[in-house]
Design a protein around this ligand. Sequence first.
Ligand code: SF4
Length: 346
Amino acid sequence: GPLAPKTDSAEEAGTPPELAGVSAGAGEGSAVLLRRKRVLAELSPLERFRLRYLCVTDVCGQAWCELQVVYGFELPHVPKREEESPKVKAGASIHLARELEVHDVVSVSTQSREDRWALKILNMLSMLPILQAGGRVRELPVFGMLEGVFLVGVIDELHYSHKGELVLSELKTRGLRYLSGRAQERSHHFQVRLYKLLFDSMVRGLLERDAFVQSLNLRPEQPLGPGVMEHAQKLGLHVHTFGGVLELALMTLSYSELPAIDVLKIEYCHQGTSDAIGTREVSFDEAGVRAELRNHLSYWIGQREPRGVDIEEAWKCRSCSFEEHCEWRRERAENATASNQTKRFK
Ligand code: SF4
């Protein structure tokens, strides 16, 4: 499939609509500044960071450390430790090699946000017939509204088992030759469970046109650029606007009769050699997954402050890019010193 564009959820950064007209120009006095501060405090993190949707990987990152995800948006200039390491690059090349096994990766030029979303949708559309014919697909885009927030993700692989079950398989590369620890596992399990919720609601025809267009603020009448138009034609699809692509996708999904995902699996493999280390099957309980999701989303919709890691998981901070900036960590260190001093006085 064509290369999916990078996340553009925050691409329209600028003054949030709620702040329009609340400019604090020279000589306008402190009342305006105060009002501006108050408005900022009242904005939810989704509004403050100008996010129209969340990536599944961000929400799962919260299961590791919520504050780390928040700092990723607040301090984008701080280099990410893991992303820069050769280990992660090795992981990315294993993913690409696997994708190339089942289909070609082509590059398509895009000219607008609508073009980029149309490409994601076309990508998904091109894989549905393969799945329907019992084939294997990799890097399948999934999206939809869950618990009031639009979520976007990419499923590593879907295939059918010998028993005919639809299996989701998520590939995780590891630097070490053993399976992940419990903390990492929690976040991986949540990730595949969210993919199942998204995929299942798509094939049940629950993806709604208005939710899509309004959450992402896309113009249905926007004509497709030449690159995306040509790509659609190669797929045998005659569409001219973004809205046309979306309508086609919604119709195809509701008539597809594809099954829901039966089995969730995580496959761990070694980064250096790409040898398999082991596979874990993940259970699914919809009510539980939705409750966990609501808990994570309550931060994004402004119902609570973000949380850092618990004291028992302070080891996570040692590999965190924001270690030196983190207030949570600093406060915890100060509290620890204060309680040590109290002990000494006793
Ligand atoms: Fe989270 Fe620790 Fe990083 Fe702070 S330093 S963001 S608490 S992992």
